[in-house]
Ligand binder design. Structure first.
Ligand code: SF4
Length: 351
């Protein structure tokens, strides 16, 4: 079976023309796929019955990722979905809505997209990492996460504004499917989201960052650094081995040179682990003058023993970076109580 959400618009065109239909039939599939969210090929009535039958007979389908659970935070700003995939595995995906009356700025509906089930990178503070790796997601199931939320938002007269590839898994470890999904989601005959509204987050796989820089896309890049030196980083990200802190900083610099997009370094702040003022100084020295941005993420409660630092420590850490000219912010938390925040995704809705 092939889910039609897997196909790039050019591929959809080839599919219908190879079946002997005119090219415009492809748009008659694409438009409803991304604006009406059909659950079945027969939910596209404008397609000739014969073409619907032929597509079904040839093994094409729609909506192979099905919602089985939905949890909404008390304030209604965060929604977590569990989607069941054809092989019976499940993936979590999260919608975070930012209300300008609460935090300023523009209203945003950001989806935190997963690219794998579980993750092989084993970051010691991350619930997904502690699950281990199960499988890579197919592009259609990455796209489907966005489609499910687009439909929910559309029913409220709203729409998806941003995507962050920060859910379960390491996007660069599933590069081909991840990039196929990005191309479908940003294609003007696909989902049509602006490239600048997408951020790919990586633990720092330098080869993947370099490949992404060559894609000629305007997507944002976030690199999870978490430590200013290789010794501490190796303790927190045991698989960091081949990519030293220096390599990662260098690939971030190259990404900026190539794309003109500023790189964000994510820094999960953990009490007594990487939150000392000396470490803040070391980080400031490492990133000074490099034009990048640091996003400090006071760690969320997970299954591990890591604790969030006090507010005063977070603020002291931030000030050391800011004073030395390193641009930084502290991440606004979303969805902690429904285990939908960063590092908390682990398909526990099914427990
Ligand atoms: S933080 Fe990201 S890369 Fe690390 S284990 Fe978790 S999901 Fe994987």
């Amino acid at each position: 079976m092939t889910d039609l959400y897997r196909l790039l618009p050019e591929e959809m065109e080839k599919l219908v023309t190879d079946m002997g239909y005119p090219r415009y039939r492809a748009d008659q599939i694409l438009l409803p796929l991304y604006y009406k969210f059909p659950k079945d090929i027969n939910d596209i009535p404008q397609l000739p019955k014969k073409l619907r039958e032929e597509l079904t007979e040839a093994g094409y389908t729609i909506g192979s990722a099905k919602e089985t659970h939905r949890v909404v935070s008390e304030d209604g700003d965060t929604t977590k979905l569990l989607l069941q995939l054809p092989n019976d595995s499940s993936v979590e995906t999260v919608l975070m809505q930012y209300n300008p009356t609460k935090i300023g700025g523009h209203p945003r509906s950001t989806i935190c997209v997963s690219t794998q089930i579980g993750c092989a990178m084993g970051c010691v503070f991350c619930a997904t990492g502690q699950m281990g790796f199960e499988t890579n997601l197919k592009a259609e199931h990455i796209v489907s996460q966005v489609i499910h939320f687009a439909e929910i938002l559309e029913q409220r007269g709203e729409h998806v504004t941003n995507l962050v590839f920060m859910g379960m898994g390491e996007p660069m470890a599933n590069y081909d499917e991840m990039i196929r999904a990005v191309k479908i989601l940003t294609h003007d005959r696909g989902f049509g989201l602006g490239q600048r509204h997408i951020t790919i987050s990586t633990i720092g796989i330098a080869s993947g960052i370099e490949k992404l820089a060559e894609e000629n896309l305007q997507i944002g890049l976030a690199i999870s650094l978490h430590a200013p030196n290789n010794k501490l980083r190796k303790e927190l990200v045991p698989t960091a081995g081949p990519n030293s802190v220096e390599d990662i900083i260098e690939s971030g610099r190259n990404y900026f040179k190539k794309t003109g997009r500023r790189v964000t370094f994510e820094y999960a702040l953990m009490e007594g682990i990487n939150d000392s003022l000396e470490i803040a100084e070391e980080l400031a020295k490492l990133l000074h003058g490099n034009g990048s941005h640091v996003n400090i993420i006071p760690i969320n409660p997970t299954a591990g023993d890591f604790k969030r630092p006090s507010e005063s420590r977070v603020s002291e850490f931030e000030q050391i970076l800011s004073k030395s000219g390193v641009n930084c912010t502290v991440r606004v938390e979303k969805g902690t109580e429904i285990s939908a925040a960063c590092g908390q995704l682990r398909t526990d809705m099914i427990d």
